[in-house]
Design a binder for this molecule. Structure first.
Ligand code: SF4
Ligand code: SF4
Ligand code: SF4
Length: 381
């Protein structure tokens, strides 16, 4: 749901109402699994041969037939993603037709293909926003992680071209052991090109790693991920915003309300949000592989009713429902299932990640309050 980050108050109100009424206001379409890059941690990309063994790309006309049904069902926010969506053969005519239908479109791209032509196209037909994923702070990161030399120069140039055309851009960063040391530099690049930065420090485990101890997985240890999470908060909002965030969450933890049982999903997935993959499988969110329903076979409405009902039947852990730290915890149906194999499991990685976040925020609050008392100044250096 990260493409709804930064939604305005009016958009939020629409989303809340849609969630209460189970209207699928928010959706994403993965147009294709192909990509010009080949990142080590990618769980989507297929080679053309692999893709052709599994199926074919849907045409723009096929997607538009589904999109008309989506619009009639109440979808307003639409994310186009991939693979790399800009290499979808009919991207431009499809994008223009979707805009005509009234969708507010966000695009996820790796940004390396954006040249003057693409920037002028998006400048003339503005999306709601373009999310550009930044994989590292230099060419070395792009060569070693994405096997795409020149990737860094291409993506920073692409972002600058979009900004010159007045297109809203956000840099999205997923922290891995390979780029975690670059966190401050990644924020500095965001400031340089004039775009906000969104950092994801929690990665679900790759399938092949689920039985390995955390220190043998290709993601940060839970404690290191928590340290980067708090650092990202600080780099995003400064010490005043971090102090406010910490104080608010620590108060919520102290005054934790009684658990609501049964513990059902509370995110937007399957409540007013869905995703459709390149083969037409609708799911509650990109991380969940089930429940699923085929939109091309069943039609949009029937597929939505199916995943909505199935998502509503998912019951999460009672331990999590009663946990005092849940205001700070990002556990959810997808993470519980992928970390523990059960929707009602308690993910150990998430517990450690949350406890360390809590410890760091508490320490930050105490340090910052003392510093302010001692210096009489609100903002730190
Ligand atoms: S850019 Fe994205 S879709 Fe392409 S290989 Fe990398 S992670 Fe996968
Ligand atoms: S289930 Fe988890 S990953 Fe999926 S949308 Fe909800 S919070 Fe996000
Ligand atoms: S995953 Fe752990 S920290 Fe998070 S709510 Fe459940 S018990 Fe609490």
């Amino acid at each position: 749901m990260e493409h709804l980050e930064g939604a305005s108050a009016a958009e939020r109100a629409l989303i809340d109402r849609a969630s209460a009424q189970k209207i699928p206001i928010n959706g994403s379409i993965e147009l294709l699994p192909l990509c010009n890059m080949n990142c080590d941690m990618c769980y989507v990309r297929l080679s053309r041969e692999e893709m052709e063994r599994q199926g074919r790309l849907r045409t723009a006309e096929e997607w538009l037939a589904v999109a008309r049904q989506m619009r009639d069902a109440g979808t307003l926010f639409l994310l186009l993603t991939g693979g790399e969506p800009l290499i979808y053969p009919e991207f431009k005519p499809l994008y223009l037709a979707l805009r005509e239908l009234g969708f507010l479109i966000t695009i996820n791209t790796n940004g390396t293909l954006i040249d003057e032509d693409w920037a002028a196209f998006f400048g003339q037909h503005k999306p709601r926003r373009i999310n550009v994923t930044l994989y590292g702070a230099d060419e070395q990161a792009y060569a070693s992680l994405c096997h795409y030399p020149d990737g860094f120069a291409r993506v920073t140039r692409g972002v600058s071209l979009l900004r010159e055309q007045g297109v809203e851009v956000k840099l999205a960063i997923s922290l891995t052991p390979q780029n975690a040391g670059d966190l401050d530099r990644l924020f500095a690049i965001g400031a340089q090109v004039g775009t906000p930065v969104y950092v994801d420090t929690y990665m679900v485990p790759a399938e092949r790693e689920r039985s390995l101890p955390f220190n043998q997985q290709a993601r940060l240890s839970p404690e290191e991920a928590a340290r980067k999470r708090v650092r990202s908060f600080l780099l995003t909002g400064g010490s005043q915003k971090l102090l406010e965030f910490s104080a608010r969450h620590l108060a919520m933890i102290r005054q934790m309300p009684k658990p609501q049982l049964p513990n059902r999903m509370t995110c937007l997935a399957g409540s007013c949000s869905f995703t459709i993959n390149w083969q037409g499988q609708m799911r509650p969110c990109v991380v969940m592989s089930s429940p699923a329903a085929d939109v091309f076979e069943m039609g949009f409405d029937a597929a939505w009713q199916h995943i909505r009902k199935e998502a509503d039947d998912i019951i999460l852990s009672e331990t999590c429902a009663a946990c005092p730290l849940r205001a700070l915890c990002c556990t959810c149906a997808a993470s519980a299932l992928l970390e523990t194999g059960r929707y009602d499991g308690v993910p150990e990685y998430m517990c450690r990640y949350t406890k360390e976040t809590y410890r760091l925020l508490t320490a930050f609050c105490m340090r910052e309050m003392k510093r302010r008392r001692d210096t009489g100044k609100d903002e730190g250096e």
